[in-house]
Design a protein around this ligand. Structure first.
Ligand SMILES: NC(=O)c1ccc[n+]([C@@H]2O[C@H](COP(=O)([O-])OP(=O)(O)OC[C@H]3O[C@@H](n4cnc5c(N)ncnc54)[C@H](OP(=O)(O)O)[C@@H]3O)[C@@H](O)[C@H]2O)c1
Length: 418
């Protein structure tokens, strides 16, 4: 049955009841490829909530890089993971705001009608790690809407009840859908893994990007001094507006980027530029950074290890430019530096971070809002690096302001970013 895009925002069932089918953007094994072609609009069965699960009507969905990977089927196909083998489809989307529509057995904290934001970590409550170590350590741990199907690019999404957070009343549906995955990741990196303190100096790569805009704001809120690395003066101005001490345009230090194919002479040249970069960072901050906030990977990692101060920490959660990292390890051991991996966040961290959002201490940064039809194009833009910031998709919501109940500044509308 063809899906009528004009009807996406309309639901003709009562709270507590689900329609038999719903509209969803679906990737299947045979459609993997360029995002523009990988996502197909389908009328698909609406999932029923199982025990401790909730079905949420999606009002708005946030776009993240992970579903570019899901579309491409690279570096691995999502169809080998989570519940994909069971259902044979992938409905992506790891960020959403919406209304609890139906709850499964055992759910007591939430009821139909509650307005929520969804965090994207899932883990089985039967795994012991969930109860004593960290759900991120559980063998069952999965990122909803990437390693699982039933994500947010659909009229309804199925999640674990523990994924729900109260929607900040000062934010619209669109604003509230735009921050979870990147903000909560940045929160864990800096607050938990980094243990940032007032007066710390922090170097943030991609500071106007999805993770970066929150890393900068968190540093400011914690009394730490952030320096943002960006690729244009416009992005630099945004980063300063968000609270960074200053920024560096990485184009001035192009030669420090590691490609992996350098000759020994080219390596020497690269190292010279890296030294000049570290010197500039120190001039701006007064000291080398206590923490480097890493997610670029291969291109920047040697510079990160070199630039961080002795006994400092490089905290890494991603590798946009390549995941095979190499660097001169002497600067690590002789200066006793730490490299820390970090991945998303646990529910407690998400809750604490969400409170800062509700208090207006941290704000979403949004570049573009698109209608439901925009899902493939939004991911294609990310894939081709044509985006200039965070993109949100309206699903149940019909305008950008809908859902904002309390006054407040809402999201920062960025002309630039990412
Ligand atoms: N593990 C997790 O839980 C987790 C969570 C969120 C994201 N991630 C990963 O983290 C990465 C960044 O995510 P994001 O949402 O922040 O992406 P994003 O919005 O695209 O921002 C990343 C920024 O990094 C900078 N960058 C890209 N390539 C670079 C290069 N070669 N050298 C230096 N800077 C470069 C760019 O900023 P400039 O051009 O301005 O420098 C870009 O805007 C992605 O790989 C993502 O998959 C992981």
């Amino acid at each position: 049955m063809a899906v009528d895009l004009a009807e996406i925002s309309k639901i003709d069932v009562e709270l507590g009841e689900l329609p038999e089918t719903m509209a969803a953007w679906v990737i299947r094994k045979e459609t993997e490829g360029e995002p523009n072609d990988a996502f197909k609009l389908e009328e698909i069965e609406t999932p029923e909530p199982g025990a401790f699960e909730v079905v949420v009507r999606v009002m708005a969905a946030g776009v993240n890089f992970n579903n570019v990977w899901a579309a491409l089927g690279q570096p691995v196909s999502v169809f080998g993971y989570g519940d994909h083998p069971e259902f044979g489809h992938h409905i992506g989307g790891s960020d959403a705001s919406g209304v609890v529509w139906k709850v499964g057995d055992g759910v007591t904290r939430w009821k139909p009608g509650d307005e929520v934001v969804i965090h994207c970590n899932q883990a089985s409550y039967e795994d012991v790690e969930v109860h004593g170590l960290d759900p991120m350590a559980a063998p069952s741990q999965r990122i909803w809407g990437y390693e699982t199907t039933w994500g947010s690019f659909a009229q309804f999404t199925k999640v674990q009840a523990q994924q729900l957070l109260p929607k900040p009343k000062n934010l619209s549906w669109v604003d509230a859908s735009s921050y979870g995955l990147t903000y909560f990741t940045a929160y864990r990196m800096l607050m938990t893994r980094g243990n940032i303190q007032p007066g710390h100096n922090v170097l943030i790569w991609g500071a106007a990007g999805g993770l970066g805009v929150f890393a900068v704001q968190l540093c400011k809120a914690a009394g730490a001094n952030a320096i943002g690395i960006v690729s244009s003066a416009e992005k630099g101005e945004l980063v300063k507006q968000l609270g960074a001490v200053d920024y560096i345009d990485r184009n001035e230090f192009k030669g420090m980027m590691r490609t992996g194919n350098e000759t020994p002479d080219e390596e020497k040249e690269r190292f010279k530029v890296t030294r000049a970069f570290a010197k500039r960072v120190k001039e701006i901050l007064g000291e080398p950074p206590d923490i480097v906030f890493e997610h670029v990977g291969q291109a920047t990692f040697p510079t990160s290890v070199f630039t961080v101060k002795p006994f400092g920490k490089v905290i890494i959660c991603g590798a946009t430019s390549g995941y095979n990292l190499d660097f001169d390890v002497r600067y690590l051991w002789m200066k006793q530096k730490d490299i820390l991996g970090s991945h998303f966040a646990n529910a407690y961290e998400c809750m604490k971070a969400n409170q800062l959002m509700a208090e207006g201490k941290i704000r979403p940064v949004l570049w573009k809002t698109m209608g439901f039809e925009g899902v493939p194009e939004a991911h294609q833009m990310l894939h081709e690096n044509r985006h200039l910031g965070k993109i949100a998709i309206m699903v149940g919501a019909t305008d950008e302001q809908e859902g904002q109940e309390d006054s407040g500044p809402g999201a920062i509308r960025a002309e630039v970013g990412a």
